[in-house]
Every structure is written in structure tokens, then in C-alpha cells.
Design a protein around this ligand. Structure first.
Ligand code: ADP
Ligand code: ZN
Length: 519
């Protein structure tokens, strides 16, 4: 179907009437046009791009109901509220709903534009039967990366969608996701039966977000600094529930700003209250686990900080994408430590064999992001299959380019120290051995008579710590159960001199402003 001028008018009229928007944003128009023409589509658009509109608008215009598959009840209810606020006839069928009867009756009567369900419904025969009772206009599959094992959030129930949809061959499919690298994207197309030419890929760049990534030495002090520079709302992601409460208290005490915790284990009332307070606030900081953020539409978040590493580049992009949705300058900052990678790599052992390779690749990509001396944005965008300029001018490495030092020899010394001491000592001990600082423990173990004892001079010694961090990030050093460091990954190649090692040396932080040095 060719979209004629008059049907385009109708679409724009509906856009204004239902949503109050004068124009489409980004590639929304392309997606809507395809859907109205009955063409199955995978829309890959960043968080905040306005994916919901791309199925809601056709749902209003097309005869019949749009069935929306969504992975989280909370997310569905948020969507339901905003759809209804726009006057769209919408309902949810979830375990949390009491009005099933009414919803099913409304569906049968053809009185629903949107029906939200969880993927588990798809495998229920009664539900399938019900779908035959009224015309379907569209299948919309939200968070479609969940169908792929390559994605960061695989949900087996999503695999039931294909047989369900195949029973309605005339109904087009619209899959939506913010988080698909090339592999995941191809897999989603295949798994959901969408032709390869059905891909609509929006640009991933968020030019108003400044990316900075640095080593974590004192998170409270470092975040206090970030908060001093950003008086607007902020989100701090931490790895555990306990840390959300701990860090929220400390930051509140250090800054005098409103700071609240958020995690899935909080009492529901307190959790809801903290979220509502954050959404309404102009200066609140929320310290949260990754449970926080999905479905929250707060345009003026001025910074997103990660204390520790995210699960993947996709996760990082999605979480940092909650900053600066209003288009004003915002900061995404990550504070990482060697132990983050060491722990994550040690956990790989528990991952089932068939998924371990993918998990390891995810960590390697993250390690490349934190260790790169190049542009962070360019690396992110290349990860998503784009071909960005080499420099963005709005990330830490573009703003003050770090130095790169070849440390291949030093890496061989550090790795052989780990090897010769039996791969069971932590960094502190290895450092003592290498620099010839014999303490009680070193002498007791006889490590002062090893060939590696004292082979690192005072000029190289300061590089040991960043080197150890880099080797742990890339997996050449891995944590043992008891906190020691063992060889892993490409350690052997490095030891044999087959693999060079370079590390990033952070630029010297100068106190004065540039240009102040005129005598
Ligand atoms: P996503 O699901 O892609 O993260 P949403 O669908 O939640 O994004 O939309 C993000 C925000 O953008 C919402 O506040 C929505 O109202 C707004 N929005 C969507 N489309 C447009 C548009 N064409 N013009 C202006 N704002 C829009
Ligand atoms: Zn850059």
C-alpha cells in the first residue's frame, strides 16, 4: 500500500487529536506508515524515542484490537494509564487485574484499541481461543529483545509468541526494543518471523549526554562532587539492595539534598512513595538497583551514575538513557573497580555452558568500554552497528585525551608473580613481592627468594595498580574463591610475549583553568 497524501493527512490529524503532537519524532513516522500498510516491522529505537506511540496510533486508526505483549505488570499499568489519559480504549489482562470479565467482553465486542498481556498468556489455550472471537489489528511485542538468548534479558515465554502469531498470518507484527546489537537484532527478526527488510533502526546517539568513566576510589566523595555540579534530579545505580540504603543515607548526610533508596525489596508503599517523590522532584537523587527506571518517564534527570559495572553495554545504554530526555545537557558517569570485573568473571563459572560464551563476550565489551583511550560515544555507537565520527567532543576521553603506555613487560612480571606464588594471593601481596617490600607474610612463604622478588623499580611501581585493574577487566587475571588472583583469558599469550598490553594513563588533573598560566 502506498501512503497517499490524504492518508498521511489522516495520520497527522490523528497524531494531533489523540496525542497532541504536531509531528513525528525520529523514525516514528516510518514505523507507523509500515504498520498501517500491514507490514511486519522491528523498530529499534533508543529509550525515550517514543516507541509506544508507534503501535498506539495505528491501534486507534485500525479496525480491531492491537494485542500488546509486555514483560512487566508495572510497565503495563503505566502504559495503560497514559493510553487511557489520551482517550485510547485500553485494558490489561494480568494476574493483578480484577476486571477480567469486563475486559474479555469489551474485547469480544470490538470495543478495545489496545489489550496488554504478559507473554505467559500466549501459551494458554483458552487465551488463544479467545483471540479468535474478535478481529485483531496488530501484534505489538514490547521489549522484543527478550525473545533472544543473545539479548541481555532472555525470557523463554517470548518463544511462545511465534506459534501464537503464526495462527493469525494476516495480522502484522510490530516488535519494539531499545537494546539490540546486530546479533540480537537478527535473532529477534528470525524468532518473531519478521522479514529482514522490516527493520527500522533509529539513531542511538544521545548527543546531550556526556559520558565519563573512571576508577572508583571513594564513591561518596566522587558522587558528592557530581551532585555539587548537578543540582537537578539524578539516579545512582548500585549493585545491591543493601547498598541503595547505605549510600542514600551517606549522600544525604554529605550533601543535604533529598536522597532516597529504591529497590524491589522495599515495602510496596515506601517504594511507590519514593518513586512518586522522585518523579515530582526537581532536586532529588534516587539510589537504586536496576529495578528502578523501566516505565518511568521523567524528562529532566540531569545525571545517571553507575557505582560498579552494569550488566552489559545494552544495560548501560538503557540506564544512562534515562538522563536528559528533555534534550538539555546531562551526565552519565560510571565509577568502576577491578573487583567488579573479577567478581563478574568468577560468576561465569556458574553460567550454563551454552550461554557462557555470550556472557563472556558481554563482559569483554564492557571492559573495552571502560579501558578505551578513545571516544566512549564512538565505541557505544559502533556497538549498536552505527558508523560514528571518531571523536564526539562530549565524553571524558574527547575532552581530555588520556595517555596510553605500553606495559607489556610489566604485565609479564605481574602475571609471573601471580603464577609463581601459586595463584592464590591478592594484589597487595603481589605488589610487595614485585617491589621487594618483604613483610612477615612474604618472608614466611619464602616469596622473597623468588626470581620475581623486587624486579619492579620505583618508576614502574605506580603502574602496577592500573595494570592489575586492566588485566582483571580483560580477564587475564581472575579472582579465586578466597580473593586471590589467578591467571585466565589471554594471560598465557601475554606471558609468552605474544600479546602486547597497553593501559590508559589518566590525564593529570590540573587545578587551574587552562590559559591561567600567563606570567
Ligand atoms: P520509549 O518507549 O521509546 O522509551 P515512550 O513511548 O515512553 O518512549 O515516549 C517517551 C516520551 O516521548 C513520552 O513522554 C512521549 O509522550 C513523548 N513523545 C513520543 N512521541 C512524541 C512526539 N512525536 N513528539 C513529542 N513527544 C513525543
Ligand atoms: Zn567522545
Amino acid at each position: 500500500m502506498q501512503t497517499t497524501a490524504s492518508s498521511l493527512d489522516a495520520v497527522c490529524g490523528q497524531l494531533r487529536e489523540t496525542f497532541g503532537f504536531d509531528q513525528f519524532r525520529g523514525r516514528q513516522g516510518d514505523v507507523v506508515e509500515r504498520v498501517l500498510a500491514g507490514q511486519s516491522t522491528l523498530a529499534v529505537m533508543p529509550t525515550g524515542a517514543g516507541k509506544s506511540l508507534t503501535y498506539q496510533l495505528p491501534a486507534v486508526m485500525l479496525e480491531g484490537t492491537c494485542l500488546v505483549i509486555s514483560p512487566l505488570i508495572a510497565l503495563m499499568h503505566d502504559q495503560l494509564r497514559s493510553a487511557r489519559a489520551n482517550g485510547i480504549r485500553a485494558a490489561t489482562l494480568t494476574s493483578a487485574d480484577a476486571d477480567w470479565r469486563e475486559t474479555i467482553d469489551a474485547f469480544r465486542a470490538g470495543a478495545l484499541d489496545l489489550l496488554y498481556v504478559a507473554p505467559e498468556r500466549a501459551s494458554q489455550p483458552q487465551f488463544r481461543d479467545m483471540l479468535h472471537a474478535a478481529p485483531l489489528a496488530l501484534f505489538a511485542i514490547d521489549e522484543a529483545h527478550c525473545v533472544s538468548e543473545w539479548g541481555h534479558d532472555f525470557r523463554p515465554d517470548y518463544r511462545q509468541l511465534r506459534p501464537l502469531m503464526d495462527a493469525f498470518p494476516q495480522v502484522p507484527r510490530l516488535a519494539l526494543t531499545a537494546t539490540a546489537d546486530r546479533q540480537t537484532r537478527d535473532d529477534v527478526l528470525a524468532q518473531l518471523g519478521i522479514p529482514a527488510d522490516g527493520l527500522v533502526l533509529a539513531g542511538f546517539d544521545r548527543p546531550n549526554i556526556r559520558y565519563t568513566i573512571g576508577h572508583r576510589d571513594n564513591p561518596v566523595r566522587q558522587l558528592t562532587q557530581v551532585m555539587a555540579e548537578h543540582s537537578g534530579p539524578g539516579i545512582v545505580y548500585v549493585p545491591t539492595r543493601r547498598k541503595t540504603e547505605e549510600l542514600a543515607d551517606k549522600l544525604a548526610a554529605a550533601t543535604g539534598r533529598p536522597v532516597r533508596p529504591y529497590h524491589a525489596g522495599l515495602e510496596p508503599e515506601r517504594r511507590a512513595a519514593n518513586q512518586a517523590a522522585f518523579v515530582a522532584s526537581e532536586d532529588m537523587v534516587i539510589v537504586a538497583t536496576v529495578a528502578f527506571g523501566m516505565g518511568i518517564d521523567k524528562p529532566d534527570v540531569r545525571f545517571v551514575a553507575h557505582v560498579g559495572i552494569p550488566k552489559s553495554i545494552e544495560g548501560y545504554y538503557q540506564e544512562t538513557g534515562r538522563a536528559g530526555r528533555d534534550g538539555d545537557p546531562a551526565l552519565a558517569t560510571m565509577l568502576w573497580g577491578a573487583s567488579d570485573f573479577a567478581t563478574a568473571r568468577a560468576r561465569l563459572e556458574e553460567v550454563p555452558q551454552d550461554r557462557r560464551g555470550a556472557e563472556r563476550a558481554r563482559l569483554d565489551s564492557l571492559a573495552a568500554l571502560v579501558e578505551t583511550p578513545g571516544c566512549r560515544r564512538a565505541l557505544l555507537l559502533r556497538h549498536f552497528g552505527e558508523d560514528p565520527p571518531a571523536q564526539c567532543g562530549n565524553c571524558d576521553n574527547c575532552l581530555s585525551p588520556p595517555g596510553v603506555t605500553d606495559v607489556t613487560e610489566l604485565a609479564r612480571k605481574l602475571l609471573s608473580a601471580a603464577y609463581r606464588t601459586g595463584q592464590s594471593f591478592g594484589f597487595g601481596h603481589l605488589q610487595k613481592v614485585l617491589t621487594g617490600a618483604a613483610d612477615e607474610r612474604v618472608r614466611q612463604r619464602g616469596h622473597d627468594s623468588l626470581s620475581v622478588f623486587g624486579i619492579v623499580g620505583s618508576d614502574e611501581a605506580p603502574l602496577l595498580q592500573p595494570l592489575s585493574r586492566a588485566l582483571q577487566a580483560r580477564g587475564a587475571l581472575v579472582s579465586t574463591e578466597h580473593g586471590g588472583l589467578a591467571l585466565g583469558g589471554d594471560a598465557t599469550a601475554i606471558l609468552k610475549g605474544e600479546q602486547p598490553v597497553a593501559i590508559v594513563v589518566p590525564p593529570k588533573r590540573s587545578r587551574g583553568r587552562r590559559g591561567d598560566s600567563t606570567p
